[in-house]
Design a protein around this ligand. Structure first.
Ligand SMILES: Nc1ncnc2c1ncn2[C@@H]1O[C@H](COP(=O)(O)OP(=O)(O)O)[C@@H](O)[C@H]1O
Ligand SMILES: [Mg+2]
Length: 217
């Protein structure tokens, strides 16, 4: 039993709109989980519940310990890095400063050459000194991906990372995510594309307020 994340969901609702009812999800260390489901079904909501951003009625165990109000913030910062659909870049910082934000926040060392290398891989190196307010959607997402990878946490939570990327950049981003997985990281990803399904080892389907999981080997 090496589940690092275990959610037993009695109920998740927004007002009187119920999204999940009596279901569960277990994620093991090093899993690559992909979440599928129709638009509006609750994929992003589940991702946020897993990422300790949305609360719900039920139990959340992290390393078999219940997460409490006292420990939630620490677990979030220590273990999770996020990439949501809205890139959530800081408008008054340039691209470079957005990417290194998690390092600055935690007073960690900034290694310029590794940031340049990652920016080159993501085809955003020429943008490093640019304002983020002038980026296209696809560029902004790649900057957000760089930031999530630089944060270098053991669980990467990503919401449709390739939704607005062309084929070339989709491959680059998915290869980087796979590389993180091969390094031993746990990946939890929402996707609508089956193209990269081979990379994942747990497929999760949301339907009728329930979660259906199956192994993918
Ligand atoms: N903060 C919120 N307040 C109210 N309703 C919400 C909120 N977040 C999501 N919803 C609703 O919950 C449902 C599931 O949303 P979401 O998880 O974003 O779906 P998906 O990611 O599968 O498209 C949708 O009907 C959405 O409108
Ligand atoms: Mg969504």
């Amino acid at each position: 039993m090496n589940n690092i994340i275990s959610l037993k969901i009695d109920k998740k609702a927004f007002g009187d709109k119920e999204i999940f009812s009596n279901c569960k999800i277990d994620i093991k260390r090093g899993d690559f989980v992909t979440i599928y489901g129709e638009s509006g079904i609750g994929k992003t909501t589940l991702l946020k519940m897993i990422g300790l951003i949305e609360s719900f009625d039920g139990d959340y165990l992290f390393n078999r310990q219940p997460v409490s109000k006292k420990t939630i913030e620490k677990i979030r910062h220590k273990h999770f890095s996020y990439l949501f659909q809205e890139a959530l870049l800081i408008p008054y910082l340039n691209v470079f400063d957005n990417i290194v934000l998690p390092l600055r926040n935690e007073k960690r060392k900034i290694d310029n050459s590794s940031i340049t290398k990652l920016a080159k891989e993501l085809n955003i190196e020429p943008l490093l000194n640019k304002k983020v307010t002038n980026l296209s959607g696809g560029e902004a997402i790649r900057v957000a991906i760089a930031r999530a990878l630089i944060a270098d946490k053991d669980i990467l939570v990503v919401d449709e990372p390739i939704g607005c990327l062309d084929e070339h950049n989709s491959k680059i981003v998915m290869n980087l995510i796979e590389k993180e997985h091969l390094k031993g990281k746990t990946i939890v990803m929402v996707s609508h594309s089956k193209e990269f399904e081979d990379m994942t080892n747990q497929i999760v389907m949301i339907k009728d307020k329930k979660i259906y999981a199956k192994e993918n080997n």
